[in-house]
Design a protein around this ligand. Structure first.
Ligand code: GDP
Ligand code: IMO
Ligand code: MG
Length: 422
């Protein structure tokens, strides 16, 4: 059996949580392979809403196992809050949630460093979620980090204190920030008990043995490809490989094991935090997209920047991910627009191009738009492709033709069942 992948093709928040939750019933295992509590994946079903940050979005399906892979960075405090919400909802997870021993831990001082570093950047702020992501991955690659498996070791406290001391010395280069380290540390230590109680596994053996036994596995991405540390809009990116290659390092599987790569795009585009966004709309249309799409961060509550769909950008992320099928979400948000636009190319220094420049941050880049008439009727909750108005079918066909990949699912509302599967 192969391992299928679901990931975001834009700047995150494409609706990955909803689609993973929907598809999870077809799989035996759902596995997160990168990122951490910077993610906020929203699931809506049976009149309830959940936002997951660390736990894979297959947790609400009763039969499926859910693995937090080694590429993920875990903050025990966030994880323990998520577990409390599952308990409150009566969802059992004890035998279904597994943690890879090699996943790195976010310490309170990682969050403190994140805050101090962002604060010191002034106007050059990345707009980090301040969850400690950057400093934790820095300690991972710098070979200083603590891993989930380390909490069972006798020298864990010693190593924790040594790393904390190192962080405190590093903090001296930054102006001070408001952070109650003592209180955060107490919460962190308490939350470790929750992590200890979970099943810790050698994630790479777990996944490869499952594959050998014919189990179906779905890898769930966090963030989006334009936030990838290598291929995103650097330096306005996150600190992990969000693209499909991240599945191999984040779960310990070979490239030959990857099956379908399902790329998700909104019917338009959003970004939260700083950095370039070629099709961003600073006008009333952008405001309408935000209001209609409820575009406020699931993790930080910040308003998301909104704009039209960007086809050269999507062609790029389809290329680096090897996308085999597309999912278009939030098409219902476009119901209210008389006219819908899509960027088909960019103009850089008067020259038209399809390619994203090396440093998109430095370039005066003008998107070239094509516009078409909207449908101006509600699509909310439509589950049958044939029930779509002609203008909506035409829009889907146009995007497919422009991107040369089939759109296999179209989401028409936030709830689990509001989905057209073609
Ligand atoms: P993720 O991080 O990719 O899982 O996405 P988020 O949960 O951060 O943001 C997606 C938002 O859009 C959430 O509020 C979802 O409930 C909502 N959503 C997902 N699919 C649809 C859809 O097809 N239509 C509408 N209107 N909302 C959707
Ligand atoms: P999901 O999984 C949208 C953005 C932040 C910031 C940059 C770096 O819900 O799609 P970090 O905290 O990683 O240091 O922030 O990346 N960012 C996201 N934007 N969705 C996310 O996750 C994001 N995770 C990080 O806003 O610009
Ligand atoms: Mg999100």
């Amino acid at each position: 059996m192969a391992i299928d992948v679901i990931l975001g093709l834009q700047w995150g928040d494409e609706g990955k949580g909803k689609i993973v939750d929907y598809l999870a019933s077809d799989y035996d295992i759902v596995a997160r392979f990168q990122g951490g509590p910077n993610a906020g994946h929203t699931l809506k079903f049976d009149g309830k809403k959940f936002v997951l940050h660390t736990i894979p979005s297959g947790i609400f399906r009763t039969e499926q196992k859910n693995l937090i892979g080694n590429g993920v960075v875990i903050d025990p405090i966030t994880l323990s809050k998520e577990l409390d919400k599952l308990r409150d909802a009566g969802v059992s997870f004890e035998d279904r949630l597994l943690v890879s021993k090699k996943a790195h831990l976010i310490l309170p001082t990682h969050r403190l460093l994140d805050a101090a570093s962002e604060n010191a950047k002034g106007k050059a702020k990345i707009g980090s979620t301040l969850k400690g992501i950057g400093p934790t991955y820095m300690d991972k690659t710098g070979r200083n980090g603590l891993r989930a498996g380390d909490i069972a070791r006798t020298n864990f406290m010693e190593r924790y204190l040594a790393l904390k001391e190192k962080h405190l010395s590093l903090l001296e280069i930054y102006p001070p920030v408001d952070f109650d380290l003592e209180a955060e540390e107490a919460r962190w230590m308490e939350s470790l008990n929750e992590l200890r109680a979970l099943q810790m596994v050698e994630g790479e053996y777990y996944i490869n043995e499952a594959l050998k036994a014919g189990k179906k596995i779905l890898a769930e991405g966090a963030q989006g490809s334009m936030l990838d540390i290598d291929y995103g809009t650097y330096p306005f990116v996150t600190s992990s490989n969000t693209i499909s290659a991240g599945v191999c390092t984040g779960l310990g599987v070979a490239p030959s094991q990857i099956g379908e790569v399902i790329g998700i795009t909104k019917a338009y585009c959003t970004r939260v935090g700083s950095g370039p966004f070629p099709t961003e709309l600073h006008d009333e249309t952008g405001e309408r997209l935000r209001a209609e799409g409820g575009e406020f961060g699931a993790t930080t509550g910040r308003p998301r920047r909104c704009g039209w769909i960007d086809l050269p950008q999507l062609r790029y992320t389809i290329m680096v991910n090897g996308v085999t099928q597309l999912v278009m979400t939030k098409i219902d948000v476009l119901n209210i627009f008389e006219e819908i636009s899509a960027a088909v190319a960019y103009k850089i220094d008067g020259v038209e191009t399809q390619a994203l420049p090396y440093d998109i941050c430095d370039q005066e880049l003008q998107p070239i738009f094509e516009s078409r008439k909207g449908w101006e009727v509600t699509l909310d909750g439509i589950t049958d492709f044939d029930a779509l108005p002609k203008a909506a079918k035409d829009y889907i066909a146009y995007i497919e033709q422009q991107l040369n990949v089939r759109i296999s699912m179209v989401s028409t509302g936030p709830e689990r069942e509001k989905l057209i599967v073609r």
